[in-house]
Design a protein around this ligand. Sequence first.
Ligand SMILES: O=C(O)C(=O)C[C@]1(C(=O)O)C=C[C@@H](O)C=C1
Length: 281
Amino acid sequence: MKKVTIQGVAGCYHDAAAHLYFNGEEIQTVACETFPAMFETLANDASLFGIMAIENTIAGSLLQNHELLRQSNLSIIGELKLRISHVIASLPGQTIDELSEVNSHPMALMQCEQFLRRHPNLKIVERLDTAGSAKEIAEGNLTGHAAVCGEYAANLYGLNILEKGIETNKRNFTRFLILADPLLAAEYGPAERDINKASIVFTTPHTQGALSKILTILSFFDINLSKIQSMPIIGREWEYRFYVDFTFDSLVRYHQAMEAVRPLIKDLKVLGEYAEAQMTH
Ligand SMILES: O=C(O)C(=O)C[C@]1(C(=O)O)C=C[C@@H](O)C=C1
């Protein structure tokens, strides 16, 4: 049975994502409280898969997760784009006006910003994950508290749903990366014919048009940039690392493009080569 490390407890979105990605297979999830804890667990057991949120269509990128991935020896073997819909839930018998505090994962709270702004009586308190917040409220019998979580988590922990679909925009998707140790990746990663996406990270020399030259080369080889994220390099003020995701139709063109940009970039790391995912509802 495959073991998949997730951030959060049963019923969280990582849990849902793990089951959807390994669709139909029996998997065992290994719950970790935080993303750094998840990477530590993965580093200590090369037989584990990992699943990690990397960006959301409302709240943006999970910046620290880019760095955790770069510093690890893990490879991306796949991705999942999951529609996220939140509910607000509390112990039964309370109306929303009787509540004073709302708990959830910071990304989930950000995705519901407009709803929460309409309810200023709710003090926003970040917790480790969505389902964990629901569990805490249920187990601690916390009257006055609400959780922002999935409908499944609210039901799992016996909370009463006060309102559904509270995300700011219905087009709320989170993109998850599926991670594995290189040996595991070689066995369970995508077949070469299915690879049409890659994630890389690099730095550029501080010269005129350095990034622009790289992007021009990628475009020449018909590489379609799907994401670019810069992150400050700690200790080198105003210098950045670039995390780039791109898709392509031809593996040959991809390899040619990489050869062409290699002399222009520094500290290149290929984080993974995998199959682009469709949206999962
Ligand atoms: O707290 C959870 O349920 C999670 O799985 C975390 C997480 C995240 O890291 O972004 C996953 C998907 C949603 O974007 C909200 C929260």
